[in-house]
Design a protein around this ligand. Structure first.
Ligand SMILES: Cc1ncc(COP(=O)(O)O)c(C=O)c1O
Length: 419
């Protein structure tokens, strides 16, 4: 049995029925590219799952992991290690002001679950207000916070989770247009809080900029006003930056485009650029102080794993020393120009949106978007599609030439579809 047969016979793949699933047989990767066992190379315009921000097999990340392997590999959750201190210190230099203490988790979903556990412990309240089109991870709690086709088979989810309408201007739930908009998306949140009784709500949990549920950008005053509402009712604001963190949108975090700092920020994916599993919850002084005298009633055997933290350290070094956040911002202008052209040229395109190297083409209803992913793979380009959206989120190390070539391939595929 070759290794692909062993995979198929003895492992289960997620988000798919198994019988007809034929996985790509991955052999290696470097920078913005990966290749399969037959040597076929793919330009990765999706950064795997919007996770490999620093690219595949980044030498600095690999070197940091190798150093750690020689130094210390096994550590318990209650033990201090050099790498744990170093990563937390370095992270605190890039996270938004005041968010300088970290709980390390194993990935993004459990970062969100832990943020909400902490919010409940700090406030003594139970409810969580989330958004109607959202994804916070596949574990049971995180799926309950989400509102997405992926949560549907598990309903009812956790009690006490409320979903508010989205600040999604292209498909505005209130049918307002940006010129006359008086932000019903913001006042709506306060109305829900009042109807639910503010003293029962522990936290508002939202993706700063949604990932696969639309890749849209809430209005610029959204988080400033949301912060005010949360303060008015003493509700904690938790922002999920699992997908948008670590330079994806051309800033360290998507919240850096806005005013308003959350009480907690959840991190994952780009924290190690996919080189090892890791997530984190960054918390402010208020949350941290609560746990000075109250037990932090949680724990994970592999929390703060030294090798995952070493990957995070190498990743931070790569992002900083190679100015990859600025690179995302600069290449992002190229991507934004291309997206505008695409919108002008193709009647099947409904809207285009982007910040940094996080771009989204939203197609009109009726356009079958999965066909574009298949067509791109046949031409050696890896894309992410979901619902009506096609995402362009390459590693931040991609060269201008390869970005242009990848976009050219996507443009050709859209031309063919238009005919
Ligand atoms: C916004 C967001 N939050 C949380 C998660 C869950 O992260 P993980 O799959 O690492 O648990 C994801 C994963 O896609 C995500 O996009």
């Amino acid at each position: 049995m070759n290794f692909v047969d062993q995979n198929v016979r003895h492992t289960l793949f997620t988000w798919t029925a198994q019988a007809d699933f034929s996985p790509l047989a991955l052999a290696g990767g470097e920078g913005a590219w990966f290749w399969d066992v037959e040597g076929r190379r793919y330009l990765d315009l999706a950064s795997v799952v919007v996770s490999a921000n620093a690219g595949h097999n980044h030498p600095r990340i690999l070197a940091a992991m190798r150093r750690q392997l020689d130094q210390l590999v096994v550590a318990g959750p209650g033990m201090a290690t050099e790498i744990r201190g170093r990563v937390a210190y370095d992270l605190s230099k890039v996270t938004p002001p005041g968010l300088d203490r970290f709980l390390f988790t194993l990935g993004g979903a459990d970062a969100n679950e832990h943020a909400i556990k902490m919010a409940r412990l700090v406030t003594g309240r139970q409810k969580v207000l989330c958004r109607l089109h959202s994804y916070h991870g596949a574990t049971f709690g995180a799926l309950s916070f989400s509102s997405d086709p992926r949560s549907a088979p598990f309903l009812p989810g956790l009690p006490g989770v409320i979903h508010a309408k989205d600040p999604y201007c292209y498909r505005c739930p209130w049918d307002t247009s940006p010129e006359v908009c008086d932000r019903p998306c913001i006042s709506h949140i306060e109305k829900i809080i009042l109807a639910e009784n503010p003293s029962t709500i522990a936290a508002v949990l939202m993706e700063t900029v949604p990932g696969t549920n639309g890749g849209y950008f809430p209005p610029l005053d959204y988080y400033r006003e949301l912060r005010k509402i949360c303060d008015r009712y003493d509700i904690l604001l938790v922002l999920d930056e699992v997908l948008t963190g670590f330079g994806r949108t051309g800033r360290w975090f998507a919240i850096n485009h806005y005013d308003g700092v959350p009480d907690m920020l959840t991190l994952g994916k780009g924290i190690t650029s996919g080189h090892a599993p890791l997530g984190a919850v960054a918390v402010n002084e208020r949350i941290a102080r609560h746990f000075d005298t109250n037990t932090l009633m949680t724990g994970l055997t592999h929390t703060a794993h030294p090798v995952s933290l070493a990957a995070a350290l190498g990743n931070l070094e790569a992002l900083q020393q190679e100015s990859l956040v600025e690179r995302s911002r600069n290449l992002g202008e190229r991507l934004a120009d291309w997206l505008k052209q695409i919108k002008g040229q193709h009647a099947i395109v409904g809207d285009v949106r982007s910040a940094g190297l996080y771009g989204c083409i939203e197609f009109k209803e009726g356009v079958e978007v999965v066909q574009f992913k298949k067509a791109a793979m046949e031409r050696g380009v890896h894309l992410l599609v979901r619902g009506q959206c096609l995402f362009i989120a390459p590693p931040l190390v991609i060269s201008e030439r390869h970005l242009d070539e990848g976009l050219e391939t996507v443009a050709k595929i859209l031309c063919n579809a238009q005919r």
